[in-house]
Design a protein around this ligand. Structure first.
Ligand code: HEM
Length: 471
């Protein structure tokens, strides 16, 4: 028996058990050949690399704040009694072979995951890919965005250095400010008043098990919905001739399958690259490019230098406290919410801290989640929209981006005040005004620029209804 026969025999054996033949239709699933559709994949690969690099770090990290004597290679801490988690991260960074590289890769993968996720979300928003029937996947995506940021927050705390602990402490105070249940939630999540000896073990548990499991589960649901509903597709310039070597539909019956052309507006057929081998090859390239980018970043750009910050010291406060960039907008709300904005309703105290730190970010997340129901479409839409032809939606999107950017700048008020030569108190009214007016102006300019105020209806030649026979 030659090698080919042996492989056939092996395939037959597996096929008998797993019915591979019936899975072949999945291999023909069409992926629209659009580069911006790869942003979701970058986020996915970052998650995989986070898990892999996290497993490595898990072998060396100690989730404990007990004091131990340091005897690693950072001279200034030699012989000092330091919290064990801080010591273990110093060891990973300076003494474990490849430790610094993997720690940096883990760090950059987290940042790249959030960045690619945000860009992916903007792609979906501006092309209208959230519309009927994809509202459920938009909701799952919004959940993913929230949980991913929370996972990053819990990781930030783990080295138990002075800078990160102080920033994490802001989250503790905000949690405490939740009316009625704040104290219970804070005690549950932070293991008592922050920082207590139980905080790091509890955050470790959330960071390495609970939150990654939720993210993995949500990504699974996200992908299942995607496979079931199939991608949106860019509008076709003309009818697609078939057979076309680079484009293929997945419908087993019908015009394209028997060699006829796919009509320009026939949205019952997805035209794109088959999952195997074409899309798998493209995805492999995306994976290795993501890995290469992270390796390059990890090789050249240092991360959070805990040796410089020193271990957590409850007696001191660093002069500059800042969360990671992707949480900066929430920090901005916290800074701009005036302290007089606190009141009692039915004997329940609503503090300014709660309004700025949780209620306002909650409203932002809520509006994002509800957007497909605000811009509601009655019938199914399977072609992407051109943002230039949707003045209202694009205007709202640009206003939203400007709003988040201005709120983030407010979060960095100490740096801005330093640059413009003011105190943060003097700067605050300007930042508040900018946050209230800036997005409105940006949105109106975009709306007007795209012809939103013109009397004529904006051109809209999208086909909307999906015909029978969709999968
Ligand atoms: C961990 C985070 C995420 C991962 C790994 C992820 C992954 C993906 C992938 C691989 C795709 C298919 C390729 C593409 O269209 O880019 C996709 C599609 C989609 N995602 Fe995500 N995503 C994430 C977060 C989000 C967020 C935050 C949203 C929006 C709030 C979202 C909404 C959608 C929608 C509506 C689709 C279907 C798009 C279409 O058919 O054109 N996703 N996602």
């Amino acid at each position: 028996m030659n090698r080919i026969d042996r492989l056939r025999q092996l395939y037959g054996w597996v096929d008998e058990r797993l019915d591979l033949e019936s899975g072949k239709s999945f291999l023909g699933k069409a992926f629209p050949a659009e580069d911006s559709f790869l942003l979701g994949e970058v986020a996915l690969f970052c998650f995989l690399l986070l898990v892999l690099s996290g497993v490595f770090l898990g072998f060396f990290f100690e989730p404990s704040t007990s004091e131990v004597e340091y005897d690693g290679s950072v001279a200034e801490y030699q012989g000092e009694e330091l919290p064990e988690s801080f010591v273990s991260v110093l060891n990973i960074t300076y003494d474990v072979p490849f430790g610094m590289l993997i720690r940096r890769m883990h760090h950059w993968a987290a940042h790249l995951m959030v960045a690619s996720m945000a860009l992916h979300m903007l792609r979906v928003f501006f092309t209208g890919a959230y519309r009927n029937p994809r509202e459920p996947n938009w909701l799952v995506g919004t959940g993913l965005a929230g949980v991913t940021m929370f996972a990053a927050y819990t990781g930030y705390a783990l080295p138990f250095d002075e800078f990160a602990s102080t920033a994490v402490g802001i989250g503790y105070n905000v949690t405490l400010s939740v009316p009625l249940v704040g104290e219970t939630i804070a005690h549950l999540a932070f293991g008592g008043s922050f920082p207590s000896s139980a905080t790091i073990p509890r955050f470790y548990f959330l960071h390495v098990l609970v939150l990654p499991a939720i993210i993995a589960g949500l990504i699974g649901v996200h992908m299942l919905i995607l496979v079931r509903q199939k991608h949106t597709e860019a509008q076709r310039d003309a009818d697609v001739p078939a057979p076309d070597l680079h484009r293929r539909d997945e419908r087993e019956d019908g015009a394209a399958a028997d060699g006829g052309a796919v009509a320009r507006d026939d949205d019952s057929v997805v035209v794109g690259l088959p999952a195997f081998p074409n899309q798998v090859a493209v995805s492999a390239v995306v994976f290795f490019l993501t890995l290469a980018t992270l390796s390059l970043l990890a090789g050249f750009l240092p991360v959070h230098n805990i040796a410089e910050y020193g271990p957590n010291d409850p007696a001191s406060t660093p002069s500059l406290i800042m969360p990671d960039w992707f949480l900066m907008w929430g920090y901005g709300f916290l800074k701009l919410t005036p302290s007089w904005l606190s009141f009692d309703v039915l004997g329940i105290h609503i503090s300014a801290e709660f309004i700025g730190g949780l209620a306002l970010p909650g409203v932002v997340f809520g509006l994002v989640a509800l957007w497909p129901f605000i811009d509601y479409e009655d019938s199914a839409v399977h072609f992407t929209a051109d943002p230039l032809e949707r003045p209202f939606q694009t205007g709202v999107g640009v206003a939203g981006v400007v709003f988040i950017m201005l709120a983030s700048i407010a979060g960095m008020d100490v740096i801005v005040a330093d640059i413009v030569g003011m105190t943060t108190a003097q700067l605050k009214p300007y930042l508040t005004a900018a946050l209230l007016v800036g997005p409105l102006i940006a949105g109106l300019v975009v709306y007007a620029g795209l012809g939103g105020f013109d009397d004529d209806e904006p051109p809209d030649d999208e086909p909307t209804a999906r015909t029978e026979g969709d999968g």
